[in-house]
Each structure stands twice: as structure tokens, then as C-alpha cells.
Design a binder for this molecule. Structure first.
Ligand code: NAD
Ligand code: UDP
Length: 317
């Protein structure tokens, strides 16, 4: 039985990935320190055979140090804007020192290593859509810089282990992903607007809402990550994963209004500093290397996510 170590397993993406690998017949070793994750995600996974969990801060040591694994998925890191602004040092360290410790572990045991990077490495992009060859437009001095630069440093470390030690590494740059198991209070736009809509509160749109994002449904992302992690011959690859359906935030608010079917108002709040004006992945590389295509439309994905939020909030559907 193949073994995978997943850091950040109590989080939104980590828990979905663990479920997928278990379903594919892998032995899954998960670790988390619950900084931004949820114990209930681990409780769900613990019901599935071949799942093992260790509560561990990966900045200070490797989980399951005596269990060599075939694959490491490093997903531990605060990820939403309010989360990484609340934990800036932790964010820098888990992507810096945490990544380094895990890479060293992978080198000792010959494990394949997949790192969760982000579209934020492109910053406020001057090239649109963003291909992996675009080197980005990031302000290291802005508050947001802690996340962007942490991930850029993480990428540099991962690729250095590939060049210096021929370690089999892969990097995915994930674009805004949403779906069931997001924390209701993570502060991301999809969770904020869904909770507000279900509670009949005004929908908060930052700035004038003309800034765009391209939202990917979690099942599509997990499929892309599974392929990137398991396909042969992808050593050293950096691959965007996301959805190309680009939408202004004001239009996202209107879509959620129409889905929930309530009469809701829209309330404009100040735009956070250095908020990227537009973002859309160039998926050419993902299509070529992984024969992968996102399939779930925004409306369909939001409908599925809405059901999860309704159940969580106890709102009848
Ligand atoms: P999340 O906050 O739900 O999950 C992150 C998990 O990491 C949490 O369970 C948290 O407790 C854990 N964690 C943080 N620091 C840790 C530490 N030092 N030791 C152990 N565990 C630690 O976020 P997510 O959306 O699931 O994101 C997972 C990964 O994907 C992150 O690396 C994030 O940067 C990346 N990513 C996510 C998105 C997205 O849209 N969801 C986009 C780009 C990149
Ligand atoms: N945003 C918003 N209302 C909210 C939360 C976020 O208008 O309640 C905006 C935010 O300013 C950004 C976009 O929605 O322009 C996406 O924000 P999110 O924090 O989800 O992701 P990121 O900025 O990291 O892409």
C-alpha cells in the first residue's frame, strides 16, 4: 500500500485530498496544528480505515518521522487573507522552515514532494491571464506580502532540492478554490457572501466590485492535484490549477443573491491594500501535462456549496 503524508489535513483542501487518496487505496498520514483548520474534518477522516493523524506544528518537526512515505503533500499554511494577516509570522515560517524540514525528510527517504503554492505569487498581475512563466508583480513590503513572499520562498526551496538533489518535486499554483468544508468564518469572499446571504444580511463587496477572480470548485482542484501528484515524468513541474471562468466580484454577489433568492442589499467596504485587480489562470500547461479540465461551472459549484452552508447554519433549503 502506498503511503502519503499530508500536512494541513484538518483544513479545507487537505481534508478533501486525504479523502481522495484514501478512496484510491493509499495509506494516509495526516498532520495539523489546528491553527486555521477544523477538528471535525479530522474526526470525519478518522472513520475511514488507513487514516492516521498526528497533531503537530510542522514548523518545528516532521510528523511521523519514522514512517517513510512515497509522497508528501505540503498544504499546511494559513490561506485566507484574514487568516494570514492574523498569523503573519506563522505563515512565513510554515512555508519557510516547515517546507525545508519536510524537504529534508523527503530527501532522506526518497519521497516525492508536492507543494501547495498559490496564484498570489503573481501578485497584482500585469499579464493576463497568468501563465506559469509570468514572474509576478508582488510588493514584499505590503501586509499581503507575507503570504506572497512566503510562497515564493517555498517554491524556491522546493526547486532548489530538485536541482541540488534531483528530488522529485512538483508545485501547484492554486487559484481561488471554494466548496464544502470551507470555514464559515474564514473571511474569503465566497464564504462571507454565502453566510451573509443565508442570514439575510447585506453582502459586503470590497471596493467597487469590478476586480475579478476565477473560482474553482474543490472537486476539480482535487482531481488536478491527484494527477499532478501521481503522474510519472513530471519532476520539477510548476502547474497552475484553477478555473478560467472569470467574474467581477460585484457579479459574484449578484449571482449569490439570485441563488439564495432573497432580497438582499449590497454594501461597499474599502478595498484592502494591494488587492489584485484581476486574476485568471492560463491552464495550457495543466491541460497538456495532466489532460485535465475543470468541469464544474460556478453556478453549479455555488449551489453545492450553498447546501453545505445551509446545513452548517441550520437554515432550511
Ligand atoms: P486551510 O486554512 O483550510 O488549511 C490549512 C491547514 O494548515 C489548516 O488546517 C491549518 O491548521 C494548518 N496549518 C497551518 N499552519 C500549520 C503548521 N505550522 N503546522 C501544521 N498545520 C498547520 O486552507 P486551505 O484553503 O485548505 O489551503 C491549503 C493550502 O493550499 C495552503 O497552503 C494554501 O496556501 C494553499 N492554497 C489554497 C487556496 C484556496 O483557494 N483554498 C489557493 C491557493 C493556495
Ligand atoms: N472580497 C469582497 N468581500 C468580502 C471578501 C472579499 O468583496 O467579503 C473581495 C476581495 O477584496 C477580493 C476578492 O473578493 O477582491 C477575493 O477575495 P478573497 O479574500 O476570497 O481571495 P483573494 O483576495 O485572496 O483572491
Amino acid at each position: 500500500m502506498k503511503r502519503v503524508l499530508i500536512t494541513g489535513v484538518a483544513g479545507f483542501l487537505g481534508s478533501h485530498l486525504a479523502e481522495r487518496f484514501l478512496h484510491e487505496g493509499w495509506e494516509v498520514y495526516g498532520a495539523d496544528n489546528f491553527l486555521t483548520g477544523q477538528r471535525e474534518n479530522v474526526e470525519l477522516l478518522a472513520q475511514i480505515p488507513h487514516f492516521h493523524f498526528e497533531e503537530k506544528d510542522v514548523r518545528f518537526g516532521v510528523p511521523f518521522p519514522r514512517t517513510p512515505v512515497d509522497l508528501i503533500l505540503h498544504f499546511a499554511s494559513p490561506a485566507s487573507v484574514p487568516d494570514y494577516l492574523a498569523y503573519p509570522i506563522e505563515t512565513l515560517e510554515v512555508n519557510g522552515r516547515g517546507t525545508h524540514l519536510l524537504l529534508e525528510h523527503a530527501r532522506q527517504h526518497g519521497s516525492r514532494f508536492l507543494y501547495a503554492s498559490t496564484s498570489e505569487v503573481y501578485g497584482d498581475p500585469e499579464v493576463h491571464p497568468q501563465p506559469e512563466t509570468y514572474v509576478g508583480h508582488v510588493d514584499p513590503t505590503s501586509p499581503r506580502g507575507v503570504y506572497d513572499e512566503a510562497k515564493r520562498y517555498g517554491e524556491a526551496l522546493v526547486l532548489t532540492y530538485h536541482r541540488e538533489y534531483r528530488l522529485d518535486v512538483r508545485i501547484t499554483r492554486i487559484f481561488n478554490t471554494y466548496g464544502p468544508r470551507m470555514r464559515l468564518d474564514d473571511g474569503r469572499v465566497v464564504s462571507n457572501l454565502l453566510v451573509q446571504a443565508l442570514q439575510q444580511k447585506p453582502l459586503t463587496v470590497y471596493g467597487d466590485g469590478t476586480q475579478t477572480r476565477s473560482f474553482c470548485y474543490v472537486d476539480d482542484l482535487v482531481e488536478g492535484i491527484y494527477r499532478l501528484a501521481t503522474y510519472e515524468g513530471l519532476e520539477g513541474s510548476v502547474v497552475n490549477l484553477g478555473n478560467e471562468e472569470e467574474i467581477p466580484i460585484l457579479e459574484l454577489a449578484r449571482t449569490i443573491q439570485s441563488l439564495v433568492g432573497a432580497r438582499l442589499t449590497i454594501e461597499h467596504h474599502p478595498l484592502p491594500p494591494r488587492d489584485p485587480k484581476r486574476r485568471r489562470p492560463d491552464l495550457t500547461r495543466a491541460r497538456t501535462l495532466l489532460q485535465w479540465e475543470p468541469r464544474v461551472t460556478l453556478r453549479e459549484g455555488l449551489t453545492r456549496t450553498l447546501k453545505f452552508f445551509q446545513a452548517k447554519l441550520g437554515v432550511p433549503s
